[in-house]
Design a protein around this ligand. Sequence first.
Ligand code: BEZ
Length: 214
Amino acid sequence: MATLRLGDIAPDFVQDSTEGQIRFHEWAGNSWVVLFSHPADFTPVCTTELGKTAALASEFAKRGVKPIAVSVDPIESHSGWIKDINETQNTTVNFPILADADRKVATLYDMIHPNSLANATVRSVFIIDPKKAIRATLTYPASTGRNFDEILRVIDSLQLTDNYKVATPVNWKDGDDCVIIPSIQDPAELAQRFPKGFRAVRPYLRLTPQPNKT
Ligand code: BEZ
């Protein structure tokens, strides 16, 4: 199994889920995807993470993103757990949870890290674009719940920087100033691409208002 790196095509698979059989690339269609694993059903941290993902449904939809969870437990277990998530997190799970009891997806995406957690998946996140390219990955241990606002923030940065010649600085969030990529030097191009102007703190550090905000 080769290491998956940024820019690689996310491996396709067919696997059962709480919403029926999923053919991954077909299911993803033209959407962005957040594919994320968690160690096991009926565990406290995972319960809060899946509840938060459901609660953020409109934020994912606004960005054209489909979330999909991976767990190495079977469908029957997922179904019971979803009831608990909905009750305890006051939400409705509205995305598929893959039933990866045979670890097909976990193995394909190298989500089992035996030196950390013997035979369950660690908290992996793959952010995948509409061309099925892996654009960002996160790996957290079982004991640390992920920050789903951070996942949305990374998606905002990816979608912005795909369309404008900017990058996003430390702790950037949607609406903050961006940095102009250093390769843009021509004054006419700078004026055309950044009509709101820019501030050169250093020749290589130029800040401009977020281009797609009015
Ligand atoms: C949890 O999701 O709460 C959890 C799972 C495995 C180990 C520790 C915590």
